[in-house]
Write a protein that binds this ligand. Structure first.
Ligand SMILES: [Zn+2]
Length: 317
């Protein structure tokens, strides 16, 4: 009898913990739905409200909430925003920016197409220069929200293919593209002088990435793309992630590439051995340094990303 009670408590604790984990993962899940649907308007998402602006380094800030993390960079010539959250948050972003500078917002960089990163672009005047990787421009042009005439000013004004440098001297920002990962247009935004990078959702958090095949994402190319980024980008120390509450380190970014490589290797082996995605997930073991990673959550159900990577591997043969 006593044993039954103890077991019951253990089971109940497990259920509560699982519920807590899934609550933490809710923004990622919402983002996943959006990735598939391509262009949410901010309705039905489970994101916390826009948070007070936080300092990352001198002249560089971060605003959490209502979608992806927004970076705010105060350059001599004006303010550069990276990502604009879900729709209807333009004023809230502007209110936070005004707490740290009177300079106008001159530039928006979107790390990728998703509505939780581009959703409030159209709030800002048409004179604001919007810059994205060229595949992201094509993805954004397909989004229903940008079919509406009133929102067209939220579409990109300029694009880059592999690399672009914005501004001059101490304000220089390098934009890089290394190939498909979360989508086929993931930009890495490097504030050179500050040695900080906004990684967007290519490194959203320490867990399974969302692989948005509809927008050209690839679980098979994901590890190579991150490895190319890790080799091609120099002297970054701090990383702003797509969806974390705190910045991470360059080493975390390098490790994230390794995590995705291990994940892909396990997918290949498990598929070869005839295991289901669920079995692959169950026997996926990670080295000790990944102990902070959260593999639970809604993406792909109990098989996680293994299902989506299997499909991609089958298609590639
Ligand atoms: Zn995304």
């Amino acid at each position: 009898m006593r044993r039954t009670i103890v077991l019951g408590i253990i089971v109940l604790t497990g259920v509560i913990m699982a519920a807590m984990v899934s609550a933490q993962q809710a923004p990622a899940g919402a983002q996943g739905r959006e990735g598939g649907g391509g262009g949410g308007r901010g309705g039905g998402f489970n994101f916390p409200p826009v948070q007070p602006i936080e300092k990352v380094k001198d002249n560089l800030y971060m605003i959490q909430g209502q979608g992806g993390n927004t970076a705010v960079y105060v350059a001599d010539s004006g303010v550069v925003l990276v990502d604009t959250k879900v729709a209807n948050n333009g004023q809230a972003i502007l209110d936070q920016v005004k707490k740290v500078t009177d300079k106008p917002i001159t530039t928006i960089i979107n790390t990728h197409t998703h509505g939780d990163h581009t959703g409030s672009n159209q709030f800002f005047p048409a004179s604001v220069d919007i810059i994205v990787q060229e595949n992201t421009q094509a993805n954004m042009q397909k989004m229903p929200v940008f079919q509406e005439a009133a929102n067209k000013n939220g579409l990109p004004d300029r694009t880059f293919k592999d690399k672009m440098t914005l501004l001059k001297g101490k304000d220089e920002i390098d934009l890089y593209y290394f190939g498909p990962a979360h989508t086929n247009g993931d930009a890495f935004v490097v504030f050179k002088n500050l040695r900080v990078m906004h990684a967007g959702d290519a490194f959203a958090n320490k867990g399974q990435p969302l692989i948005d095949r509809m927008n050209g994402g690839s679980g098979v190319q994901y590890p190579d793309t991150l490895t190319k980024a890790a080799k091609g980008i120099k002297s970054v120390t701090t990383v702003i992630n797509g969806h974390t509450m705190m910045t991470t380190t360059w080493q975390d970014f390098v490790d994230y590439g390794e995590f995705n490589r291990l994940f892909l290797a396990h997918a290949r082996e498990s598929m070869k051995a005839g295991k289901s995605p669920e079995q692959a997930m169950m026997d996926f073991k990670l080295p000790e340094k990944f102990k902070g990673y959260n593999l639970a959550g809604g993406r792909g159900g109990p098989g996680g990303n293994f299902g989506i990577i299997y499909e991609e591997l089958k298609g590639a043969r």
